[in-house]
Design a protein around this ligand. Sequence first.
Ligand code: PMP
Length: 412
Amino acid sequence: MNARIAEAAYDVARVRADFPILSTTVRGKRLAFLDTAASAQRPLAVIEAVARYERTLHANVHRGVYELSQKATDAFEGARERVRRFLNAASPKRVIFTRGTAESINLVAQSWGQRLGPGDEILITWMEHHANIVPWQMLCERTGATLKVAPIDRRGELDLNAFRSLVSPRTRLVAFTQVSNALGTVLPIHEMIAAARAVGALTLIDGAQAVEHQRVEVRQLDCDFYAFSSHKLYGPTGIGVLYAREAVLRDMPPWQGGGDMILTVSFSGTTYNDLPYRFEAGTPNISGAVGLAAAIDYLEALGIERAHAHEQRLLGRATSALKAIDGLAVIGEAQHKSGVISFTLEGVHPHDLGTILDDEGVAVRTGHHCAMPVMEFFDVPATARASFGCYSDDEDVDQLVRALGRAREVFG
Ligand code: PMP
């Protein structure tokens, strides 16, 4: 869609009115919520869908013959179908509910990863979130496989040539983020998937920072695994998704045992349930799934492309305004960026900066953003990070800029 047309039609004041928390105040100041990359706020439609479920539909799923249990099952499986449609996956069997991105990646590492051994390689990038580093380190320790890391450059972009040269016939899985949460970099995932395919390696995409900002069609991407969290997509916490190609899933052993994932249990042997239930042991987060489906409905009604165009405009405006501040350095200046700006302010530790900004009603994240290798690469202990969502507006940016001016006064 033409970005200018999309932006012209975007009424951010109306969007903001859908999010009750945005009209609350912090220390008597207007809340400028600029931490959407950590967790997005929820629109009323999501809050109400969860409340409606809790008030009128709740029972355990898949087990009862009574009406309420069937209604709860319909709501839960309806949510799975909603996710399937959102991702344009071929079948709901490929949509596994998890607690979030981290659990989705751990599922793959613990189940699919069991087959790896010495000589096998997993390739990630230097800008991964810890959730896409540590499960692979743990897997390599268990199996003797080797973890390879593709380098980045000073702009915060992947070195694609180096990445390609690290892909080899030993590579069994290439796991990478679609958008860096610490830098905002949008990765060239089509090229990366093609490079992995060329050697027969599987691909896992960490979509935690991507799926809420751009349309993701898993069939068109042709990836093997795609992971994301509901709470970054304006939905509840404690629920997320692992999409996986069916042939790959069929070949994977269960990873957690319990109710729902079995067909029969006997001391002489247990048989496992069909997909996707084989990977969903125990009572699931039913209201969370309902909330996630409502969040997807909300975002699609708003228009992902329109919200994205709006966020891109804010990113441009904020980047120019921040770079004009004396002593401020933007960390991560990739050509293609999502609505995330990491920065440092000379002479002010990011944590002190966060506290001053909080005094001014500005909520930004400060720290290593669960991406310590990125901090190490840029040789900073931490950064402050402002991130945008569909409800962010010009006033949020102005409030941030004013608060940064105040920080400069305080720290001389
Ligand atoms: N990957 C990325 C890129 C993220 O930004 C996050 C959340 N900060 C995660 C993975 C982990 O998501 P969750 O904590 O919801 O499992």
